[in-house]
Design a protein around this ligand. Sequence first.
Ligand code: ATP
Length: 266
Amino acid sequence: DKDDRLNNLNKPSVRFNDVAGLDEVKEELAEIIDFIKSPQKYHKMGAKIPKGILFHGPPGTGKTLLAQALAGETESSFFSASGSEFVEKYVGVGAKRVRSLFEKAKKSAPSVIFIDEIDAIGAKRTTESNNEKDQTLNQLLIEMDGFNSDQTVVVIGATNRLDLLDEALLRPGRFDRHMFIGNPDVRAREEIFLVHTKNKPIDKSVDIKALAKRTHGMSGAHISNIANEAAILAVRNNKTTIGIEEFNEAIEKVIAGLQRKNTVIL
Ligand code: ATP
């Protein structure tokens, strides 16, 4: 059931190497890794470990992947939830879920808690009262204020809409480190293609650099999708390797999907 799913503890095997591009963000996260690995060093200096990090930016750019990599690199337990999973009709249910999530994370510390779509619970409070939502957000704030320094729990929130978030969530000691995770540039797209073709038999006819140039505006999720579609097409075409024909078709397919989406929005 939902309460169990929220507590899906595991130790991810994802590493920073699996995340292409995003060099600056990875650099910033290196310090957090050091915090998690040797908290004593920081405690001795009287420094507090940052509790909350906010990843913001467009969908499919590697926010979830980065959070997993942070846990993977530090051998932390990884808990993931989506903000929308806390939104319930009955007052107190969401708050209870938040409490239980943090309890488990503290028990298996060091832990990384990843909350995707954090705007679902962390949106600015309106004058119109919404008891259930307010209680859930309050519980999250209480949990973040509450853990002490011997329990290393880092909370990563992710959102596509930073502007929607309640100020209270962004205060020092809460989600006070913000990192923008944007769409990849041509170099990063090339790297993402390399990550996602690494374990695939790619034909010599495939020029990865050229693929990167042709996928302007696409996210990492799109590129991963293209690599997978191309592999499936190669199987369908009874090929022993994935050729440029397969990549061409896969790219067209993803572009067609993007255009369909745009017409819906417009
Ligand atoms: P959303 O906002 O929609 O939740 P997200 O930013 O969390 O998206 P991810 O779930 O991390 O996106 O990315 C989806 C998939 O796209 C990943 O599992 C991975 O395969 C691929 N991907 C995205 N960005 C990268 C990247 N920088 N390097 C390698 N793969 C990536």
